[in-house]
Ligand binder design. Structure first.
Ligand code: PLP
Length: 384
């Protein structure tokens, strides 16, 4: 299998902090699954922060091939990098909106800003006037998150402005849900009501609303275009509930040393872990500089042959020590791999142990890993 070959070569090269494998076929199936969930609405893809750390240069073209034509990034610089990777019929939207000085480059490269304020509306209208042709935009409204978008008290002013010929062609009105990962949260219905009020004030425009969690809140949240991010990458749209998405990422870390310590030995910085009996330890090649949070110190685990190997002591910059006493002696040697993300441990498991969310784990994944992308085959099974 092609995948297995790529993997073996990476293992032979060695010297990396770990082996990060990204299953583009699973990514594509996740896209198809989400698109089916929102049909007849369409599914965009949120590929900000380098496609949540997985590599926008590989992820976005694959999603385009799967039929995706709407791509959201956070920053203008990300949109510029993406523009030349995608055909002209792909629309690229900048969620953080226009910053002073971006306008003409944005217009020139055919990038669509999300207009978050009246000031940005006027900036973009000025750019349209300067280039002498209408420019596309998305209008974002704050429906209860107090982060980005026009506040309710400015809706009427904007509604007046869009009626005047300003050279801006509005593609969507949008907003973002603050609590979509929690179907029980009353905030969802409140924001939906606000979004419906926006849609009522701008009846001529289509609605773009749901993120990953919002897609699974049901049809009223779908509008005509959904904006999933984390679910594409295998993260749970609603942590704590069954995850309908396929895993996309696996991460294995090589062992760089093993040892046996006796009762009384201290492990790692500040000696936070005190061995209470003889134990076998392995030190592995990745640490917080590779995006494995320091909050995993004395919490969380790696896996080998399906056996849990707890993290012992502090997470260092470039290494972590794990307790391998539960494995047969000699099972782990220099260069052996242990699993952080894979068949035995999900993104949500690691995020929970680290006291964070799957998003932060993915976007933090470091650049010292050897990355392999699988396009056609499933992962070779590494379960015991
Ligand atoms: C990041 C983001 C998304 C994607 O959210 P997920 O929870 O990852 O699906 C959608 N819309 C906006 C405005 C965002 O900032």
């Amino acid at each position: 299998m092609h995948g297995a070959i790529v993997r073996n070569i990476s293992e032979e090269i060695g010297g990396a902090s770990g082996y990060l494998t990204i299953d583009l076929a699973a990514l594509a199936r996740n896209y198809t699954r989400l698109a089916a969930e929102v049909a007849p609405a369409r599914a965009a893809a949120v590929v900000k922060a380098d496609a949540y750390g997985l590599g926008a240069d590989r992820v976005a073209p694959r999603l385009y091939a799967e039929g995706c034509r709407h791509f959201f990034v956070a920053q203008f610089i990300e949109a510029l990098r993406l523009r030349h990777l995608l055909a002209d019929d792909a629309q690229i939207f900048v969620l953080n909106g226009l910053l002073p000085g971006n306008e003409s480059a944005c217009a020139h490269h055919g990038i669509v800003p999300v207009i978050n304020s009246l000031e940005q509306w006027h900036q973009w209208a000025g750019a349209a006037k300067a280039v002498g042709r209408p420019l596309p935009a998305v209008l974002q409204f704050d429906t209860g998150m107090s982060r980005l978008g026009l506040p309710p008290e400015e809706r009427e002013t904007l509604a007046g402005l869009v009626k005047v010929e300003a050279g801006i062609s509005v593609l969507f009105v949008m907003s973002h849900l603050a609590s979509a990962d929690d179907a029980e949260s009353a905030q969802n219905a409140g924001q939906l009501a606000e979004m419906q009020a926006v849609a009522g004030a701008f009846p001529q425009f289509d609605v773009c609303f749901a993120n990953s969690g919002g897609i699974f809140l049901g049809r009223p949240y779908h509008g005509v275009l959904a904006r999933p991010g984390i679910a594409l990458y295998g993260g749970a749209p609603a942590p704590g509930r069954a995850n309908p998405m396929e895993p996309v990422v696996s991460l294995d870390i090589p062992v760089v040393q093993t040892r046996t310590v006796q009762a009384g030995a201290r492990v790692g910085y500040s000696g936070t872990h005190l061995a209470t009996g003889e134990m076998r330890l392995a030190t592995i090649a990745a640490g917080y500089a590779d995006g494995l949070p320091r909050s995993l110190s004395d919490r969380g685990a790696f896996y080998c042959d399906g056996i849990r190997l707890p993290i012992i002591g502090r997470v260092s910059m470039d290494s972590i020590t794990i307790d391998i006493s539960a494995l047969p002696e000699g099972r782990l040697r220099l260069g052996s791999l242990v699993e952080l993300l894979g068949p035995h441990q999900t993104l949500e498991d690691v995020a929970r142990d680290a006291g964070t969310i799957s998003y932060e784990i993915l976007t933090g994944l470091g650049n010292r890993y050897q990355r392999s992308y699988f396009s056609h085959h499933r992962f070779p099974s590494r379960a015991s």
